[in-house]
Structure formats: C-alpha cells, structure tokens
Design a protein around this ligand. Structure first.
Ligand code: BGC
Length: 818
C-alpha cells in the first residue's frame, strides 16, 4: 500500500471530515494522532501577507501586481518571482500561496484587473504556469484562482456569469487549462459567482468533468472565502476544502450526509485523499516546528522587485524627452508623486516592508537640488485616513455596556476584523467598540470627514456628530461589498486647534463574507489655487514628471470602477501643466487603461501600474534610462470606455442585472473585439516603446506537417536597429479567414521577450500545435482545426505585424478533449 492509501486507511471518519474544512481563517487543523501537521495558506498574489487581517501585521515583500507581471511578458522573470514568493510564504510559516489570479480583463472597469494578468488567455496561462513553477519548485503550493467567470466585482458572491461553452473553453477556462497541464498546481480556488446558474463551488461539470476528468488535475479544489454554500452538492461536485473555518456546511453535517447516503464513502475518501496528497506534497506529514511569522526583508528580493518594476513599465508615448537629461531642473507634481502606489486593494494587500514613492526614487537618482514639488490635486476615493494614536475599547455586546473586554491602541482610524480578535477574546462578527483620539487641523476652513464601515459607525468631533454611517446604513461598495459607501460630513475647523475624535462602531449581520471593519478619514479639499501653484512650479522647470493615476481604493477587490476617467481633477491638472510645459512626462499608475484627453499635449506617458515596494526606484530607473521600459500592454487601452465590449445600455451585459451577467460578446474580448469592429484603440494590445528600436524580418514557415497533423514551425529574426541595448516582445498571431464559425480576426499564439545590443539579430523559433489553429466546436464537443486559409502574422504589437504568411488546409482535424 502506498503512503497515501495507508494514511487514508488509518483515518477515522471524523478525521477525514476534519480535513475538508478550515479550522480557522487561514488553516486546516492537524491530525496529531497520525503526525499530520496544520496546513496554513496565505494571500497572494503580490506577496505573502501572513495570517493577520488585511491591515497591519508582520511586514512582507511587496512584488508587482498581476497586471504589471502581465505587462512584463516575461516568463523567466515571473518564474523567478514565484521562487522569491516561495521564500516569502515560508517566512510566514505557510505552505500554500493563494495565487496566481488568472481571471480575464473582460471589462476595463473590473476592480480586480490589477490582480489578473491580461485580456488574453494565452499570455495569462503561460505567465501563471511560470509563477506556479517558481513557487512549487521551491516547495510551496500554488492556488490558481478564481475558477471561473469572476470578471467583475459587482455582486460577485451571488451573480451568475452566463457564458456559452465555446467562450468558456477559448477564453475564460484557457488560462487554467494551460497552467494546470503545464505546471500541475497543487491547489485551485473556485470563484464566488455562479456559472450559468450554479455556484462554481457546486459545479460538477467544471470541477469533475473538465478540471479533473479532461485536464487530469490532481491537486485540491478549495472554495473562495465563504464561497461554498452546500454540504452534499459541493462535496459531490468535487470541492475538497471549504474555507475559511470554522466550518459552516461540513463537520457534523457532512458526517450525517454520509450516513444518510447522500455522499458516498468513496466520494468522502476521494476528497480526503486529495487533501492527504496535498499534505504529503507540502511535507506536513513530517515532524515540523510551527514557525512564527517573520519579516524577511532581503536585498535580493529588493533588487528583483526593482528590476521587475522596470520590466513591466510600458512607455506609451515619447517625443524624445525620455530618458531624462539629469542636468535639468525637474518639477515632480501630482497626487501620486509623494505617495507610493505600490499595490491594489482587497485580499492582495499586505503591509509592505517599505514603499518608495516616485519622489523618493527621483531624489535618490537625481538629487533633491534638481527637483521641485507640488501636489496639484488629489485622487483619493475616500478621505485620507485619520492618523492616531487611537485608544479603542472593545465590548463583547453590541451596546457598549459594562467594562470593556479589551483595550488597545490603534495607529490610525482603520480596522479590518476577521475571526477571533483582541487576543481571542472577541468574535469579530459580534461586538461594539469606541475609539478615541485627537486631531489637529493644519488649515482653516471647511473639512470633509468621511466614514464607511462593515458594521454601523458614527464619528464625533468635540462631542458633535459629524459623520453618520449608522442611522441609514446601506450596503455599498466597500469591504468586499459588506460595507456601506462613504458617508461624508462637513465641518469648519481652525488651523492649529486640537479636536477630540470619537468613533463608535457596532457589528451587524454579514451578507456573504464574515468580516467587520471601518475607515475614517479627513481632509480639506484642494482647489484651483493648488492647481495654479503646481502650474507655477511646472513653468519654472525644464521638464515635469507628473505622477497621476488611481490607487488601491479604486483598483480593488469588492468594487468596480464607474468609468475610466482619471479621478478627481487630474485631467485638469495635466491639461494646465502641459499648457505651460510641453516637456511633461505623465507617469500613470493604475490597474488598467484611462482615457487620455490630453495625450497630444504631453511629451511622454509611462504606464507604471502598481509595481511593488520599489515603485519609485523602478520608475526613476526607467525615467533616467538606467533601465529600459521593458513592458508591453497586456490589455488594449481604448480611446474611451464606450469602445469596450462590455459597455452597453443592456445592464445584463455589464455590470449585471437581476442576478445575471451575460457575456454577450462571446470570444470577442479585448483586441479580438477591437479588431472585429475596426475600432482604433488609443494603444493596442502588445504595444510599448523602448529606448531603442527593433525590426522583425526573415519569416520562414515550415508547414510540411500542417495538412497531416496541424503542426507548424515558424522562424524569424529580430534585430536591434537603434543605438542602445534594449528589448522587445516578438508576438505571433494566427487568424482564419472564412471559418465555419465566427472567429476573431487574429489571436495570440506565441511570444518571446528578447534583448539585444545595437545591430544584434536574434533568431527565434516558434512551434505551433493544432490547438493554435483550432476553435472549440460545441456541436462536436471537440477542438476542431477547420479546412481553409489561416494567416500567421508576426510583429511587435497586435497592430504592428509586418510579417505574414498564409497556409491552407483541405481536411479537418478533430482534437478530443482528453
Ligand atoms: C478573495 C480570494 C482570497 C480570499 C482570502 C477572497 O475575498 O476573492 O482571492 O484568496 O479572499 O483572503
């Protein structure tokens, strides 16, 4: 008997069932009798946060977000990052990282696009495979997520994504299929939503037929947090692990279901075996000391993150002002200049070891004496958090009665409570709390005081109620849709005067995800005079680095964007600054595209995403030319939101209506859509400038085997035609004309990131298999390579494809599913 079988045989029914749900928020309990240790998981994906709540806790290395890695188009780099993340995960005493996220950029407004790689399934799948290899080759399990159809944050815990099978197979399941087959992840997380009416955690076809049956997946399947809804259906569908714990639908309920014959003994054993297999893979059956969580700020991680930030930065426009001339006087302006935007919001967030802002990076690169500064305007979604200290008293009732159960100090007016809190004394879902602190106004005038909470809350200043998220509390788009929208109160304050702040909070029943939290902020809004001041600073400089964009309040799990306009008065600021100084370099930090009405007025645009803790250093390295802008767009940047396939008067198409979101555009997502409708994007998929130029040439296609077995070998060269060393991404697309089903004009089928010195030529070879030419036939339930004419095109973006070659086939190839 092998090790797994003998462990299973030795287990009692209770022990088997205990492996199928979390014990607490982040772990599955040990089976001490058999020497099986606790299994611990952690988020994921741009770092390993550890087991605290989303805020505070032991610090971690913060790596570039998913979309930045998508922009790197660099599987080697992503594999290396996976390796570093394995070290980070170990430093948090965990065995699995809840990553990578491979949902597709369907709508430009999806709040979680920053965490996902791309609008293209092949790019997403290959990067995910590299990431998983990096983790697992170093002993840490990956958990690819969220399977499947979670492309929006609106009502994500209940909505049904209505996606036809061909679209699923060709677009939304494909990144999972590629990564599962290439890298065998140890874990996979189902999504919150329903897929065609059925919760994905109950979805037999998805989990058992496709994932395990066709793709031969041999890892565990876990639910998203509070994303499983049944006992019998989920276990029978193939969902091994209900997370988090303590269990809601398993434990005794599952034991009874087995006794009643609703779940067979074989099924229970299969689920327990999957968990045991994971335990063996992660080494948990060996004696281990439970390590404490520690911050492990390593120089090699710092260097890797700094390099990766530059490798993912996409230079969208350059009239020649970049790289910056170091001798000149530079004005650094904008809301993102001195605030380091290093990551998006939600479960991917962590407490980073440190955060380098663009200002910090430019000061180190150029010296402060060459720089001027102005903020110009703000771009926050919520009022900036009130800094403490605050003393907080917790009561184990919801009426602030009796003596507090626990008292502690918080450093700011922001909290995220899960599981048991305050040294285990309080249930995060049932308590009241009172926070007290002081605020000294810096300016005279009207201030905005904001509060939002998952739970009920009120803010008082000097005993006066100023902001109320209690009386008319209504579900909004904060705290994963468990919180209300921000409630704002206006107050006149005097500069230099100290005010007493008191916040009252009490929990309320949760809707889908068991958590509580609040955030309270204050500011005096910036106005015309602040833009004018920035214009003055810009006018007296040789060039301007204008740092604009969004932040993790906008690009976040739990809510989508209402538009892709730059928030606040940032468009006005760019317009005003570029009117007085055409040498304006816009450094954009967002989790996706924005409309750029000012594009013709500025000298350069660098899209820097959320690149991790070294943000400002990576950005400065690119601006001064120490490194190439190595990124290419993993998502089309449309001219306007209205050009996106999901923009529709029909709310069922987006963001969903009556519990349904219809993926009406089918396979025409991203560039497949813009190509089909001949819509010129602002910047196409795959696009990005370097500081040198490249040309592709010498296309050679070996199609000898094409008719027989659908295999084609493509050779080409790429030459550095400029005068400095640099890199590019060579992209290969395939399209079929006159297909028997409606197909995208072209689809990415291979790519390679290359670097070369001036004049150097690099020879490339791409091997295409039949799937590179196939569509999914729902009539045949097979992949089919049609007869007819196919075009292979090669170049450096989806609209810059100077080389092409036509192939024809006379017969059909059918590729079975298994
Ligand atoms: C997210 C997952 C995450 C989990 C645990 C959920 O809200 O959707 O991606 O891993 O929380 O934090």
């Amino acid at each position: 008997m092998n090790q797994l079988a003998s462990l299973l045989t030795a287990m009692t029914q209770d022990e088997k069932v205990s492996l199928l749900s979390g014990e607490d928020f982040w772990s599955v309990g040990p089976v001490t009798r058999l020497g099986l240790n606790r299994l611990k998981v952690t988020d994921g994906p741009n770092g390993a946060r550890g087991s605290g709540s989303l805020i505070g806790g032991v610090t971690s290395a913060c790596f570039p977000s998913g979309i930045a890695l998508g922009a790197s188009w660099d599987t080697d780099l992503v594999r290396e990052i996976g390796g570093a993340l394995a070290e980070e995960t170990k430093s948090k005493g965990a065995h699995m990282l809840l990553a990578p996220t491979v949902n597709i950029h369907r709508s430009v407004t999806n709040g979680r696009n920053f965490e996902c790689y791309s609008e293209d399934p092949l790019l997403s799948g290959l990067l995910a495979a590299a990431y998983i290899d990096g983790l697992q080759n170093n002993g840490i399990g990956a958990t690819i997520k969220h399977f499947a159809g979670n492309e929006s944050e609106i009502e994500r815990t209940t909505v049904s994504s209505e996606i036809d099978e061909r679209t699923l197979r060709e677009i939304y399941l494909l990144p999972f299929e590629i990564a599962v087959k290439a890298s065998k992840p140890w874990g996979l997380m189902t999504s919150y939503n329903r897929l065609n009416g059925i919760f994905t955690s109950d979805h037999q076809w998805l989990i058992t037929t496709v994932l395990r049956g066709e793709w031969k997946y041999d890892g565990i399947v876990m639910s998203d947090w509070f994303g499983s809804h049944s006992t019998v259906e989920s276990v029978n569908a193939g969902l091994d692990l209900e997370m988090p714990g303590p269990t809601r639908d398993r434990g005794q309920k599952l034991l009874s279901a087995v006794l009643a014959g609703h779940v067979s003994q074989q099924t229970l054993d299969d689920r327990a075996s999957a968990m045991l297999n994971l335990i063996v893979r992660t080494g948990l059956h060996q004696p281990s000391l439970e390590p404490n969580e520690r911050a492990d700020d390593r120089p090699e991680h710092r260097a890797l993150i700094r390099r990766a930030g530059a490798e993912s930065a996409v230079l969208l426009k350059n009239t020649g002002i970049l790289p910056l001339n170091r001798e000149r006087k530079i004005a650094v302006i904008g809301p993102n200049a001195r605030t380091a935007q290093i990551m998006g919001g939600g479960s991917a967030q962590l407490d980073a070891h440190y955060r380098i802002s663009p200002w910090d990076g430019l000061v180190s690169a150029l010296g402060e004496e060459h720089l001027g500064y102005a903020t110009g305007c703000t771009n926050h979604r919520f009022e900036p958090v009130l800094r403490g200290p605050f003393e907080i008293e917790f009561f184990s009732n919801d009426t602030f009665s009796g003596e507090p159960t626990h008292v502690e100090t918080m450093m700011d007016a922001r909290a995220f409570w899960i599981g048991r809190i305050a040294d285990d004394k309080i249930d995060a879902l049932s308590f009241s709390a009172r926070m007290k602190g002081l605020y000294t106004a810096e300016l005279d005038g009207e201030h905005r005081v904001g509060i939002y909470s998952a739970g009920l809350s009120k803010v008082y200043l000097d005993g006066q109620l100023v902001s109320d998220a209690w009386t008319n509390w209504k579900k909004g788009r904060t705290f994963f849709e468990e919180g209300c929208d921000e409630s704002i109160g206006l107050v006149q304050l005097e500069a230099g005067r100290q005010y007493e702040v008191m916040i009252e909070f009490k929990t309320k029943p949760y809707a889908s995800i068991g958590l509580s939290g609040l955030a309270c902020g204050i500011s005096k809004p910036l106005g015309d005079e602040d833009i004018q001041h920035a214009v003055g600073v810009a006018a007296s400089a040789d060039a301007v680095v204008l740092c604009v964009g969004r932040n993790g309040e906008w690009d976040t799990e739990g809510s989508d964007l209402a538009s892709i306009e730059l928030p606040g008065r940032q468009n006005d600021l760019i317009d005003a600054i570029s009117s007085v100084n055409p040498n304006t370099i816009v450094v954009l930090q967002t989790g996706g595209p924005v409309e750029m009405p000012w594009i013709d007025k500025v000298g350069a645009v660098l899209q820097a995403w959320y690149p991790g803790q070294e943000a400002g250093n990576s950005i400065a390295d690119v601006l001064i030319g120490l490194r190439e802008p190595g990124g290419r767009l993993p998502q089309t940047f449309p001219m306007r939101w209205a050009d996106n396939p999901t923009h529709s008067q029909d709310l069922e198409i987006y963001p969903g209506l009556g519990g349904r979101v219809r993926y009406e555009e089918g396979v025409f997502v991203g560039y497949r859509h813009y190509d089909r409708h001949d819509i010129t994007p602002l910047y196409p998929f795959g696009f990005g400038l370097g500081y040198t130029t490249f040309a592709v040439a010498d296309l050679e296609v070996d199609d000898e085997r094409f008719e027989r077995d659908g295999v084609v070998v493509v050779r080409t060269t790429v030459q550095n035609t400029g005068n400095r060393a640099g890199g590019t991404v060579v992209q290969l697309y395939v399209g079929q004309s006159h297909a028997s089903v409606s197909r995208p004009p072209k689809e990415l089928k291979a790519f390679r990131k290359v670097t070369a010195t001036p004049n150097e030529s690099v020879a490339l070879e791409f091997n295409l298999d039949p799937r590179s030419f196939a569509y999914f036939s729902t009539a045949e339930e097979k992949w089919v390579v049609d007869c007819g004419t196919f075009t292979i095109s090669v170049g450096q973006s989806s609209i810059d494809l100077p080389l092409s070659y036509e192939l024809t086939r006379k017969s059909i190839i059918e590729i079975p599913l298994t």
